[in-house]
Design a protein around this ligand. Sequence first.
Ligand SMILES: [Zn+2]
Ligand SMILES: [Zn+2]
Length: 444
Amino acid sequence: MTPAMSAENERSIFGRTFFCECGKTHTVQPREVLYARGAAEQFPALCARAVSGRRVTLLMDERTRAVAGRELGRSLAGGGWQVSEILVPDPSRGHSPICDDLTKDALSARIGETDLFVPVGGGVMTDLARWIAEDRALPFVSFATAASMNGYASASIAGTVRGVKSLLYARPPLAIAADPAIIERAPLELTASGLGDVLAKPVSTADWRLNELVFGDYYCARSAGLIAEIEPLYADHPEQIRAREPKAMQGLFDALLLTGVSMSMAGTSAPCSGGEHMVSHSLDMMASLDGTEHDLHGRQVGVGTLLASELYRRVLAVESPLFRAPPPEIDRPFWGRLADGVAAEYGGKVGRLREAAQTLRQKERWNLLRETLTPMLRTPENLRECLSRAGAAYKAEQIKSAKQRLLQAFLHGHEIRSRFTILDLARLVGVMPEAAGEIVEEWS
Ligand SMILES: [Zn+2]
Ligand SMILES: [Zn+2]
């Protein structure tokens, strides 16, 4: 089977309900995905298949109004819809909107009765609309403008609540539409960010599997393997992403949707968010502590993925580890005003860390872990080449971070979430913290 044909199979999962080997019955949302030139013309019919009402609220910022929103509004009005256009203002000159509770509440106050929300844009527009729709128990249909992140089809909101970055659960969209002409023209920086986010998949999936192997946690192989057949469309020819070649761009866009689907299927972000994401989240939190700017999520994730995959290589190379006691607590001075929240997350897994060391001291369990995870991973050499050929970030200095700063994020990433990842395992077997400096030096 050619990659393109099997990619068709993977795309056919949208809207299906099926019983899975993992024991769950999965219902895959969105029900419908439209990726077509001139998508705006077909959009009113798509929305009409999704809901019965005819009042629609479009959410967009200046940029996404220019590339798609204006035309969508015209098309919907022409199709008999009563259209309200809500322009999300920039918080200040040169800064695009963010997804936080203040922005969401201010927008919500401007929005009247409606039957359907339509975010026009990327992560921030999608999450703001998803949040407002969830508050009102109303549906939404996304119009995506960039292959920039894997949240379009996901069931969570990455929002800031009272100053703290949070992951809130909400429904996925009923449908997603995108016009290849718009996706291909999006700033390369955004596309490369999307690539960084999907290239994290082998590491985050290995982390997810690690939790099954060590603790017997839920794991769904179908969801974990969802993008296996689409991956070659962009990962084997990353320069085609830089060149905005249509097949590679569609492959990347599909992979972003399907990784979002894998999270909804699993009911957790674990399939797409492991130790590499914690490095990125730590950079975000450090930026909020010192009031500086951080880079795009996926660009940071790409660099975090290089570090995590090298960490995996070193950990899995250990034949007979000598387990160390887990670090008993977090570095409170480092986290400053965020220390209480971080300590609560870390406190939630200290017991699991001890349990992991206990379990993995059994030689056969350690061997099974090495045998299972090794073939799931990609080498950091391969990932770095892929990122660089695609024109994506692969070095600390490209993501607004000095090496020293990235090193701090790498050293503190295990503290910020209760999830067990390679960052924790590396400490238990004594690879971290010693190797951190060398890995950052060599791989960023
Ligand atoms: Zn399953
Ligand atoms: Zn991500």
